[in-house]
Design a protein around this ligand. Structure first.
Ligand code: NAP
Length: 289
């Protein structure tokens, strides 16, 4: 099967009566998660810096009958995070699901990476996750809830040219496990989804901006294709839902094998090739021993 074919996992209405606070919900993965959760019954709080990015989600909510509250928020600003979380709770009566999806990334060799660039990514993708989790966690304390953080496979493997993002995501995974252990007593589950390269405008523009680079990334994925935001979103929804009540502190990888080791040498090694030729000529087949 070469193309994405997702069989929906979750029953209709599973998020009925719940409110999901999703950072960066106007584009890419955030938009896919917000759309899916809205269709499954949730009210959505969509936050990011530019509310112009929320129009598509607002239109989908209006057409399909789920409520979307759109608010401008830079997750790097703790006071603004507090204000927006309070406003969302006042509007919907509480928050049941948090998805920390907002992040920034770009490709830069470490020796050419300015301290300002390193700090900017850490501020959004790590510090911002803490500020939002802390505010929403305080609100969830009374009635429980679920948090899903978006990581990346290089949080554990490391990766050249994205040291800033790798460090932020490694911190996010440590935060996921720490808060899961600390907040289980409040009925708050904390998990992470770690996607490999999936199609999004933001990632394409910044990480594989030419057709040649895009092909190089595709070639590095054993399953031979990019993921889709929708298939990653399904996993985020599953972990956010009541379908996984005993899962906490987990990091779920969805990367088409991208983070797995590559062969020692690319292509079929010469020795195997020789054996295949021998088997074609009537010798022992490589599959028979
Ligand atoms: P994207 O479309 O560029 O989404 C990033 C979102 O974050 C945007 O909606 C942006 O909205 C928001 N954002 C950025 N800075 C913010 C800030 N300071 N405060 C609040 N919101 C902010 O990218 P994506 O590809 O869907 O990525 C989504 C998540 O998946 C990220 O966590 C990323 O690290 C992760 N991921 C992506 C890939 C991939 O291949 N695409 C692979 C692994 C992991 P505004 O501009 O309006 O603020």
């Amino acid at each position: 099967m070469s193309d994405a074919q997702t069989t929906p996992l979750l029953p209709a209405g599973i998020f009925e009566g719940q409110t999901a606070f999703i950072t960066g919900a106007g584009t890419g993965l955030g938009l896919a998660v917000a759309t899916r959760m809205g269709r499954l019954g949730a009210n959505i709080v969509c936050v990011s810096r530019d509310t112009g990015h929320h129009e598509q989600l607002l239109a989908r909510g209006a057409e399909e009958g789920f409520e979307v509250l759109s608010a401008a928020l830079d997750v790097r600003e703790p006071a603004d995070v507090k204000r927006v979380v309070r406003a969302a709770c006042e509007h919907f009566g509480g928050i049941d699901v948090l998805v920390n999806n907002a992040a920034g990334n770009f490709v830069r060799p470490a020796m050419a990476l300015a301290p300002k660039g390193f700090k900017a990514v850490i501020d959004i993708a790590l510090n911002g996750v803490f500020y939002v989790s802390r505010e929403v966690g305080r609100r969830m304390r009374e009635r429980g809830g679920t948090i899903v953080n978006i990581s990346a496979p290089y949080a554990t493997t490391g990766k050249p040219h994205v040291v800033h993002s790798a460090c932020a995501k490694a911190g996010v995974e440590a935060m996921t496990r720490s808060l899961a252990a600390e907040w289980a007593m409040y009925g708050i589950r904390v998990n992470a989804v770690s996607p490999g390269p999936f199609v999004s405008e933001g990632a394409g523009d910044r990480l594989w901006p030419s057709a040649e680079m895009e092909q190089q990334v595709r070639d590095s994925i054993p399953m031979g294709r990019f993921g889709t935001a929708e298939e990653v979103a399904e996993l985020v929804c599953l972990l956010s839902s009541t379908a996984t009540p005993w899962v906490t502190g987990a990091v779920w990888l969805a990367d088409g094998g991208w983070s797995l080791p590559r062969p020692m040498v690319e292509g079929v090694p010469e020795r195997i090739d020789r054996r295949r030729r021998a088997s074609d000529a009537g010798g022992p087949s490589p599959e028979s021993d």
